[in-house]
Design a protein around this ligand. Sequence first.
Ligand code: PLP
Length: 395
Amino acid sequence: MKYDFDQKIDRRNTYCAKLSSEQEGLDNHLYDNDYIYMQIADMDFACSEGIRSELKKVLDHNIYGYTIATHSYGSDVYDMIAQWLNAHHGLSIKGSNIFYAEGTLGAVTSALKAFTKPGEGVIINRPVYGPFTMCINNVGCHVVNSQLLKDDKGRYSINFEELEQLAADPNNTAYILCSPHNPVGRVWSEEELLKLHEICQRNHVLLISDEVHCDFVWGDQKFLPTIKVTGGKGVVMCSAFAKTFNLAGLKPGFSVVTDPDLLPKVAQSSEFIFPSPFTIASIKGACLYSEDWLQQMKEYVRGNIEAATAFFKQRMPKVNFYEPEGTYLLWLDFNKYGFSDEELHQRIYANAKVILEDGTLFDPDHGHGFQRLCLPVNRSRMLEGLERIAVELEK
Ligand SMILES: Cc1ncc(COP(=O)(O)O)c(C=O)c1O
């Protein structure tokens, strides 16, 4: 089946978070047709037919009671997820290594709750996905930032020397790795993963590996699951089918654990977290019947990244960025324009009517002058949005 990712689907009046004005601090653009939304990381694409038909079965059954993705039945949803991950990412896990979570963030929060104590420090690498800070604070811990290093070309890397020092502090007990990294688009190499795992192991720091962007990896890059590269000792992988199959609203999240020392606590912390029957159905549809959609969608998104990077190079060469190795995000540095954060925001959001995400949400100290652009949108809308930004900034 051929999918049409250029189709424009009206998301107004569907409680679509992307169209809500609250987080942008702008009035009256709720459901406004004029705005172009490229902030929240979901896609403006309809899901696969396989997912739709599994969801319809649940709808027609018309009973929506408690549902389990149980470990105790024979062929269950966990086995499907395991088989999918093994086939796509070369893992060799079983269903019994997987635990349902309410989204990737639910899995991260569970791991923090299970393995840290209030007052402890949790290491992250800013600029990074902002809500990690909320997860860490919500369990009574505090953020310990190990700032990513940036080279002349805008490519980021981990400051291993600093990571080593921070991990050596016995009060810092966990590290959340973002792999691939949102927003800077790095796909971590085997060498990098082994190095940071060794640092964590030597210092008894739990390694929480958020791999929700794992299916968006470009060119010669290869995504390597942390558990696969390191053997999984002291690692909790947190992920979801949220990004890959555009199912974020259904919270199809999970953790994967192979370390026998971690398994009991992770199992315990996922008890009584019931997925919705729609979530179960969507995971089935994704794992069993959505390969064609996935391949076509990735091709389209790759085309968007190419079109956006070409646009910036030709039309706005003052914008600095490194082409993403992974993720469908661009981390754009507008500092050469010399605008304050307020002016940049005003020009892009209010004047051009394009909604992105301010850099300081990812990095309160060093995110000034940056914006994150999220690209799984209709290409013509995307290009229109970029042109509007160019007109406003080049004035
Ligand atoms: C790195 C990262 N982790 C977690 C999430 C949230 O995922 P979920 O909706 O599955 O909780 C996002 C969403 O953008 C993300 O980029």
